[in-house]
Design a protein around this ligand. Structure first.
Ligand code: URA
Length: 425
């Protein structure tokens, strides 16, 4: 297999053989396929697409580049493993209440997570606003915590699908991220290598998401469900709305605080609804018969949260960091809040210091914002619409500029898509 032949085949619209795919990914991992060759191949794939067989083969090759974790001891000890993956959204703190809730229902949730980059936040960045909490666990700690507590939120090992790590970085700088076959293979190689028995995907649709329209989101969901199922992972996907932020809090510590409200039985209606919908699908995929709403309202999910945080060195009773500076942004007119744009709100939180522009940048735990009104609410001119939090007040102007135009106020409420648009099984 020579890289030039593989590139030429895909450039001309041909189908790559398993041997060609294995060869090019193994060669790239070993440094024998040059960056410029892989870049050319990625662009050819983006333009020509891949068949289901090619996507499966590409996924297998990425899994084989690293280790495959074995969680069978957790299942054997009585907890079926089930994970959730979100394709990324604004105010998407759902993993925080969801993992302990599903654990309290009898499953084990190996929520291996990432950090934020750009306008979507990272689960690990949010969790790190809890004093003492550690994102890194050894494989032994991970297994023990999954068996005892049933929920882990931690950093994914570098040894899971390492080929994907390098390919994702290359896609990022060659404008080849937006390929449904490659996004599917990227996400699913990591989740299959993680060793979970079951998986529920939260595929976001709308301005704050990767997939801006429903047809693309549905194709992404179908491709990933097919990949998971073919690898023996019981997989389903929910297509959910990401045209407006989830909940009111967008940032780090503010999202932890909102998650705690949900775990205490309150919180914004949309965050509670999506947490319960994902929990129900996770329990179905794991083959467990429990009522997540009853478990949430019983306080058992909060108990599991406290156990999970404590097991990772965190103090669940420590006060969350508070920002050095707070400023509000007022409504320009009176009427109904018709739309609140997820993308702009996400960028504003990022500008305030909640997110990072480069992988190595630090984030501020106390940075972020609160959306004081949600679409459908009546607002009065001069009423605060957003509360902005930061430790570095020179950032306010950039955030306020981004929020200008994020909120549309009109005479009548506009119809809104349902939060859970569809389920793909
Ligand atoms: N998330 C991933 O992990 N991979 C992609 O390609 C896109 C989003």
């Amino acid at each position: 297999v020579t890289a030039v032949d593989v590139i030429r085949t895909k450039r001309d619209g041909g189908e790559l053989s398993d041997e060609q795919i294995d060869g090019v990914i193994a060669g790239y991992t070993a440094g024998q396929v040059a960056e410029e060759q892989m870049s050319a191949l990625l662009m050819a794939i983006l333009l020509r697409g891949m068949t289901s067989r090619e996507i499966a083969s590409w996924t297998d090759a990425m899994i084989s580049s690293g280790i495959r974790m074995d969680l069978s001891a957790v299942t054997a000890a009585g907890r079926p493993t089930v994970d959730k993956h979100s394709t990324g959204g604004v105010g998407d703190k759902i993993s925080l209440p969801l993992a302990p809730l599903v654990a309290a229902c009898g499953a084990a949730v190996p929520q291996l997570s990432g950090r934020g980059l750009g306008h979507t936040g990272g689960t690990l960045d949010k969790m790190e606003s809890i004093a003492g909490w550690r994102a890194s666990l050894s494989p032994q700690q991970l297994l023990a915590q999954l068996t005892d507590v049933g929920a882990v939120i931690c950093a994914a090992s570098d040894e899971l699908a390492p080929a994907d790590r390098r390919l994702y970085a290359l896609r990022d700088v060659t404008a080849t991220v937006e390929s449904i076959p490659m996004i599917s293979a990227s996400i699913m190689s990591k989740k299959i290598a993680e060793g979970t028995d079951a998986l529920v995907l939260d595929v976001k649709v709308g301005s704050g998401a990767f997939m801006k329209n429903l047809d693309d989101a549905r194709e992404l969901a179908r491709t990933m469900v097919e990949l998971g199922t073919a690898h023996g992972v019981s997989t389903a996907a929910l297509l959910t709305d990401m045209s407006t932020p989830l909940g009111r809090a967008v940032g780090n510590a503010v999202e932890v605080a909102e998650s705690l409200e949900v775990l205490a039985g309150g919180g914004p209606a949309d965050v509670r609804e999506l947490t319960l919908a994902l929990a129900a699908e996770m329990l179905a995929q794991a083959g467990l018969d429990a009522d997540p709403e009853q478990v949430l309202d019983s306080g058992k999910a909060m108990d599991a949260w406290r156990a999970m945080v404590t097991a990772q060195g965190g103090d669940p009773d420590a006060p969350l960091p508070v920002p050095g500076h707070i400023q509000t942004v007022a409504a320009a007119e009176t009427g109904v809040l018709q739309h609140l744009d997820a993308y702009r709100v996400g960028v504003a939180a990022w500008r305030l210091g909640a997110g990072r522009a480069r992988k190595e940048d630090p984030v501020q735990a106390a940075a972020g914002l609160l959306c004081l009104a949600k679409p459908g609410d009546t607002v009065t001119a001069g009423q605060p619409l957003f509360e902005l939090h930061t430790d570095t007040p020179e950032r306010f102007d950039a955030a306020i500029a981004e929020l200008d135009g994020a909120a549309r106020i009109g005479a009548d409420p506009l119809p809104r898509p349902p939060l859970v648009i569809d389920t793909v099984r």
